[in-house]
Design a binder for this molecule. Structure first.
Ligand SMILES: Nc1ncnc2c1ncn2[C@@H]1O[C@H](COP(=O)(O)OP(=O)(O)OP(=O)(O)O)[C@@H](O)[C@H]1O
Ligand SMILES: [Mg+2]
Length: 256
């Protein structure tokens, strides 16, 4: 079975069919893209895969397990990391603490250890800090440990979110518009960071994007969504030349 396998997934919000009969699979280490106009249902698909919403119909298997009834934190613990379309970072928390907080799901020193200064706790704390710094170095923010997020340029804030998603040791990383709000220099830097993460960790990646150069540079396969339905699927070249995609999306003014 593929790493993630979604079959016939549909989701209604009241009378609105946000996602209809959606099918998707990704193998370990692959990079896929999900594109389409505003309101097409892309973020809803991420929210369904990560357990934020439950599908009205359909099935989702991740690492061979049927995760349809799993709460979000259990899906994350299985190795599914994500970032959000709108940054969800804490104003008063340092960059390092963002990463360390995400590691908590894997901490095992227990309640007693949390209150008493046990050896195990100290040792694990040290290991976690080291690991967090390694992740930060991987995404190119290794020197920013004590910085507060609001003091960072937008492109680096996005990287903090990616580092936080990596803190759970994901097998699959879902990135929702990671370049939103970035200038072209930050965008090129992010292409390099994502390639680097992919090379070093071998993590599979599914990304939602409106910036076509970014998608076409990184992804081996792309799905195009319109009104909740997949209207095209294929290689970057096939997608760029697909008349339905041009008509529904690429030929129109695209939100950046
Ligand atoms: N919680 C919700 N309740 C009701 N409707 C919702 C909810 N979440 C999303 N929708 C609707 O579902 C549709 C798909 O929204 P979604 O956010 O998935 O689109 P998108 O493809 O991510 O768009 P964008 O490119 O603008 O981010 C939209 O019509 C949206 O208004
Ligand atoms: Mg969205």
């Amino acid at each position: 079975m593929p790493l993630l396998y979604v079959e016939h997934m549909t989701r209604f919000f009241g009378g609105l069919r946000a996602v209809h009969d959606y099918n998707f699979k990704i193998e370990p280490g692959e990079i896929h893209g999900l594109i389409g106009p505003n309101g097409a249902g892309k973020s809803t698909i991420f929210n369904l895969i990560t357990g934020v919403y439950k599908p009205t119909e359909g099935s989702i298997h991740f690492r061979g397990k049927n995760i349809i009834k799993y709460p979000s934190h259990k899906i994350a613990a299985l190795g599914l990391g994500r970032t959000f379309q709108n940054l969800r970072l804490w104003r008063h928390m340092s960059v390092l603490d963002h990463i360390k907080m995400a590691q908590f799901s894997q901490i095992t020193y227990g309640l007693i250890g949390a209150f008493f200064d046990t050896k195990k706790r100290n040792q694990q704390e040290e290991e976690n800090t080291e690991k967090a710094i390694k992740i930060m170095e991987l995404v190119g923010i290794g020197k920013l440990t004590d910085q507060l997020v609001p003091n960072l340029p937008y492109g680096l804030q996005r990287r903090v979110e990616i580092a936080r998603a990596l803190a759970i040791n994901p097998k699959l990383l879902l990135l929702d518009e990671p370049t939103a709000g970035m200038n072209s220099e930050e965008l090129q830097d992010l292409v390099n960071v994502i390639r680097h993460i992919h090379d070093k960790l071998g993590v599979a990646i599914l990304l939602i994007e409106h910036r076509m150069k970014f998608v076409m540079d990184l992804c081996e396969r792309i799905q195009t969504l319109d009104f909740g339905e997949v209207i095209a699927e294929g290689s970057p070249e096939e997608i760029q030349n697909n008349p339905r995609v041009i008509d529904a999306y690429l030929g129109k003014e695209v939100k950046i």
